[in-house]
Design a protein around this ligand. Structure first.
Ligand SMILES: Cc1ncc(COP(=O)(O)O)c(C=O)c1O
Length: 471
């Protein structure tokens, strides 16, 4: 039985770079680690897609790159060059942005936990702070008093009503309490009188445009209530969570899920390692739930997703973009993954091939699974294999990519992969579109393996100059 394919979309630079197998091999040999290669061209293209949508609706806006999605400094430098904003989540993220010279008005600080030195750094540099709770208000007030400074703050809201029920969030103040919290505590008469309210912030889990639109509508109610108390709101920041479409073909995506379900029910040979259900539950022969994987194929990436939020209508038929414009609100977004679409690939060398006791072909890579790992239960894109020699006599084979940690479950991909030719020792396996979260979010140095080397490629016609990220 044939294995389902999942063909990734590839930017032109990825198509060209993955033809340079000698250069890639040499880089892997030089750094003794897998390599993460980045290219900045798609970063600007993705940004432009978002800003074109805002411009289409004539909305005041600001786009902050959520740096947590990839730690390479190259994106911060590029953001500086192109005058993008950057959303920061830690002391080091913020201090690096300041060192690179990102102007304070282009930085947001949304860290989930803010220690005193981080708050101090932000206040000293006039970086607006997004506040999550009353203890943070007190800390910011205390540091601002010491420094004798006023601080512009955004207030995070969480727990919006959607279809009659609150959307659970551990973050922010509830919408029905936030107006009282601001009016009683912030500004000249409140106990947090060094905090100047300037806007609202939220970030929702999941990928629902309508939930985000409903959250904007409810936030605008808070804006109105504050206005009636003479407290103006400058911005609403709706966070990130904009989708990427990773795959070329919707049919392949649907076919993969069909085959996965069949395999779990025992109706075909397995398509995942030891028939991993990727989150489906098989009870008494029936399948329940869904695969707990990112929607690698979807028809509303980036601009379409943003547009869907903005054209969503309130109960009186007014679209969200008109509501925002009528309220004179600047819309802010903090895309991480979606700005990184097509900006990075991860490459590793084949170390061994073997057959396990179940008869599976295992291909060992010189990398570990934390070097390409996310909260999705699998990264559902076919890798590109760069063979050192083409062997027309070699038969198609299928097998699993395994990594260097000493765990039974150390699979680089859980999916069984079809290879046109059996990979040889020294061949290179390239994973496409890994810059958003896959490279860095969970990477570890267990076994004292070196972390993957982060590199930046600059293309000159069809040639690539590749440098370490830190240079
Ligand atoms: C506050 C905040 N902003 C922005 C983002 C970026 O989200 P994404 O990379 O999905 O666009 C996150 C992700 O967790 C976040 O927590």
């Amino acid at each position: 039985m044939t294995l389902p394919l999942l063909t990734p979309i590839k930017h032109q630079w990825i198509k060209s770079f993955t033809k340079k197998s000698d250069q890639i091999k040499e880089l892997i040999e030089r750094y003794h680690s897998p390599i993460n290669v980045h290219h900045m061209a798609p970063f600007e293209e993705n940004y432009k897609e978002f800003s074109d949508v805002f411009n289409q609706y004539d909305l005041a806006h600001k786009i902050y790159f959520a740096r947590k999605a990839n730690k390479s400094i190259a994106f911060v430098k590029e953001a500086k060059r192109l005058d993008f904003g950057v959303d920061t989540a830690s002391f080091k993220e913020l201090s690096q942005c300041l060192e690179v010279g990102i102007p304070s008005e282009n930085i947001a600080l949304t860290a989930a936990v803010k220690e005193e030195r981080l708050v101090r750094l932000a206040i000293e540099n006039k970086v607006p702070i997004v506040i999550d709770n009353l203890d943070e208000c007190a800390l910011v007030q205390q540091v601002a008093e010491q420094l004798n400074k006023k601080v512009k703050v955004g207030i995070r809201i969480g727990g919006f009503l959607y279809e009659g029920k609150p959307l659970y969030s551990r973050f922010g103040f509830p919408p029905n309490e936030v107006v009282r919290m601001i009016s009683e505590n912030l500004g000249s008469r409140g106990k947090f009188n060094h905090l100047e309210f300037s806007g609202f912030h939220f970030h929702l889990n999941g990928y629902s445009p309508s939930q985000r639109a409903e959250a904007i509508i409810q936030t605008l109610t808070c804006v109105d209530e504050l206005k009636s108390l003479n407290i103006p709101t400058q911005f609403i920041d709706i966070g990130g969570g904009f989708l990427i479409n990773y795959l070329e073909d919707e049919n392949q995506w649907n076919h993969f899920h069909e085959q996965l379900r069949k395999a779990i029910k025992g109706e075909r040979e397995e398509v995942t390692f030891r028939n991993d259900s990727l989150g489906y539950q098989l009870i008494d022969g029936n399948l329940y739930g869904d695969a707990k994987v990112y929607p690698y194929y979807n028809d509303k990436p980036r601009a379409k997703f943003l547009k869907e939020i903005l054209i969503y209508q309130d109960e009186y038929g007014t679209p969200v973009h008109s509501l925002l414009k009528n309220h004179n609100i600047e819309v802010r977004i903090e895309p991480g993954r979606s700005l990184l679409d097509q900006t990075g690939i991860t490459c590793a060398r084949v170390a061994f091939r073997k057959i396990d006791i179940a008869g599976n072909l295992l291909i060992g890579l010189e990398m570990n699974r934390t070097q390409m790992f996310s909260s999705s239960l699998d990264f559902l894109l076919d890798p590109i294999v760069l063979h050192q020699s083409s062997d027309s006599a070699s038969e198609h084979v299928s097998g699993y990519l395994v990594g260097a940690y000493c765990l039974e479950q150390e699979l680089i991909l859980k999916r069984k992969i079809a290879f046109k030719q059996k990979p040889q020792i020294g061949d290179i396996v390239c994973f496409v579109n890994t810059a958003g979260y896959m490279m860095h979010f969970y990477e570890s140095e267990a076994h004292l393996f070196d972390l993957a080397k982060n590199l930046v490629a600059v293309s000159n016609l069809d040639e690539f100059i590749v440098k370490p990220d830190e240079e």
